[in-house]
Write a protein that binds this ligand. Structure first.
Ligand SMILES: Nc1ncnc2c1ncn2[C@@H]1O[C@H](COP(=O)(O)OP(=O)(O)OP(=O)(O)O)[C@@H](O)[C@H]1O
Ligand SMILES: [Mg+2]
Length: 586
């Protein structure tokens, strides 16, 4: 339950609204509580007046005697109801609105926190789980801040007011009337926890069904090409029928809920009338009091029921908040110590760098040392899984080194402003990711203000402009699900344009031409040669082209730097580099 105390700071933020809400609840309860005594008085009044009037009196004096008084009582009841209703409206306007405002703040804070967290965090946690925390869990917490809090306060007021009024009338009758109510509350609590448990299990089943469907749809090419439709169909059927079973189990308990409630309330009413009737005969209370008590019971029914309901909302909310807190209390492993925006000179040095991926424990780099001077262009080659992409990860400070250090412009990478560093590095990742936006917006992703003409220039540099011009809406064509499906090579070239348009000081290209044909590669390389002039460039590649010359070539093997040197130097040695140069054919 403690986890919910995290929300106090938000409640404090809206303390005025909250305080006002509490006053509105009190007023609404106060006016509703005035109704039963009014009805009691009206009833007593009638009993009193009709003592001496024969009901068969047809002269009309029967009504004349107190007709206007009855109307007065009626008007009072209506008036109190209206006032109570009005304040109820106000209480919802304050407290429920407050819960929505906090929900918004909380969701925004979680989102902001998510974005601060490092890549290792995203590797460890499933996307679906992260999404559930920011959507469902926040909604459940909102139920606590809104309805649970609101009805909790309302129940408290209502109880105190009603119990005081009851005991003022008669102690014995009060005790008998209230006796069955705790049972009602406990059984409702019991039933609603079962309901909650079953709903949660249904919710989980829904997620399962969703993820099965999602996986099949995104992998539909594979499913079809391996003719696995019927297999997935029966899997889906099984999961759906499990859902059905669970939903029916829930329906059975839910069906019990109202009858149980009505049974216990009726029991309470029965007792009141029986004991009350005896007390009236003994002359201890009036007939009006019985009516008053019956109304009290009816007024208490829903609040009593809601105690169980509130308790289970709070329980669920606490569980959700615990899940949220787990993340909110995480500090990002990668922290930027300073904030200073500046140009990078572009010298890079690895000193004895060893790196172990934190989640898998795989040693991706072992004692790597090399130096790249400002403005140099180097290539990194090596077999698959030799650690090439890991070097890029470390340079962008997605991870911190396990041992050794990386210097950029002679300063340890951990002492750089991380945001500035990333701004100044143009990175083309090995696996291209594009957003579902227009082509233009994807290219100018790093800087939304860039003019269209510049976007087109860089599309030209990446040799993608001609392709774009053939699309239906050219640069405004949408990419992704609702738009064009780009080929692998087209995506790579868009991604190159996106990186270069930033005018970075350091460029890292990770295997970015693997999916383009030789002709296009030639075209890009001749452009690249010009646009990389004066910049430090690290090019990870499986192919060496004579169009792009390198100051140095690093050869990696299983995380070790096995060779380094210029093209001529490396061609003199037998090794991986000589092999790939000699075996590649265009
Ligand atoms: N995010 C990650 N988490 C855990 N282990 C990783 C991660 N990325 C890579 N590895 C592991 O680190 C090792 C080096 O991978 P890396 O991606 O650097 O290879 P690579 O040289 O780029 O290979 P390729 O030529 O296939 O792209 C591999 O054994 C890989 O399994
Ligand atoms: Mg790689």
């Amino acid at each position: 339950m403690n986890s919910l105390s995290y929300l106090n700071k938000y409640l404090l933020r809206y303390k005025l609204r909250f305080g006002l809400g509490v006053v509105m609840v009190a007023l609404s309860v106060y006016f509703s509580i005035l109704i039963p005594p009014t009805i009691r008085d009206a009833l007593n009044f009638i009993v009193d007046k009709t003592k001496n009037v024969s009901p068969t009196d047809s002269t009309g004096t029967f009504y004349e005697a107190f007709g206007s008084d009855i109307i007065r009582f009626g008007a009072m009841v209506v008036g109190f109801s209206i006032l109570s209703g009005f304040f109820m409206y106000c209480m919802r306007k304050t407290i429920i609105v407050m819960s929505r405002l906090i929900e918004y703040d909380l969701r925004k804070d979680i989102y902001q926190h998510y974005q601060r967290l490092d890549l290792a965090f995203y590797k460890k946690n499933k996307t679906g789980d992260l999404m559930a925390r920011i959507s469902e869990d926040v909604s459940k917490v909102r139920m606590y801040l809104g309805p649970a809090l609101l009805y909790g306060i309302r129940v408290t007021f209502l109880f105190s007011f009603i119990i005081v009024s009851m005991f003022r009338v008669n102690t014995t009758l009060s005790i008998y009337t209230l006796l069955p109510l705790p049972f009602l509350s406990i059984s409702i609590y019991y039933v609603s926890s079962i309901i909650n448990r079953r709903s949660a299990s249904i919710q989980k089943q829904v997620s399962r069904i969703n993820s099965i469907a999602q996986e099949v749809y995104s992998g539909i090419r594979i499913v079809k090409s391996y003719v696995k439709e019927s297999e997935f169909q029966s899997y889906f059927d099984d999961e759906s029928s499990l859902y059905k079973t669970k939903a029916l189990r829930l329906a059975r308990v839910q069906a019990l809920f109202f009858p149980l409630m009505i049974l216990l309330v009726s029991l309470s009413t029965l007792l009141t009338i029986y004991i009350g009737g005896k007390l009236v005969m003994d002359g201890e209370i009036t007939a009006g009091n019985i009516a008053e008590f019956v109304i009290y019971i009816n007024m208490l029914t829903w609040p009593i029921t809601s105690i169980g309901w509130i308790a289970s909302i709070i329980q669920t909310a606490a569980a959700s908040q615990t899940r949220i807190n787990e993340i909110m209390h995480l500090e990002p492993a990668i922290q930027s110590p300073v904030s200073n925006e500046m140009m990078l000179q572009g010298s890079v040095e690895f000193r004895d760098v060893t790196f172990v991926y934190p989640d898998t424990g795989i040693t991706a780099l072992k004692n790597i040392s090399f130096k790249i001077n400002k403005g140099e262009r180097i290539a990194i080659v090596g077999k698959t899984a030799s650690g090439k992409s890991t070097i890029a990860d470390l340079l962008l400070r997605f991870y911190d080194v396990t041992e050794g250090e990386i210097l950029i412009d002679g300063i340890n990478i951990q002492d750089h402003d991380t945001d500035n560093l990333r701004h100044k590095i143009g990175y083309v990742p090995q696996n291209v990711f594009l957003f579902s936006k227009s082509i233009s917006d994807n290219i100018r992703f790093g800087n939304a203000e860039l003019k269209q003409s510049i976007v087109e220039d860089y599309a030209d540099v990446a040799a993608i402009k001609d392709d774009i011009m053939t699309f239906p809406e050219q640069f405004e064509t949408l990419v992704g699900e609702r738009g064009v499906t780009l080929s692998g090579g087209q995506k790579q070239r868009l991604s190159i344009a996106r990186a270069l348009i930033k005018k970075p000081d350091i460029v890292i290209l990770d295997d970015c031409l693997s999916a383009v044909d030789a002709n296009t590669e030639h075209k890009i390389l001749s452009h690249l040669d010009a646009s990389l002039k004066g910049k430090t460039a690290i090019i990870i590649t499986h192919r060496i082209s004579n169009l792009l010359t390198f100051d140095k070539i690093l050869v990696l093997e299983k995380g070790l730097l096995v060779n380094a040197g210029t093209h001529t130097e490396l061609m003199k040695k037998e090794g991986y580099y000589k092999q790939i140069v000699e075996h590649q054919h265009y």
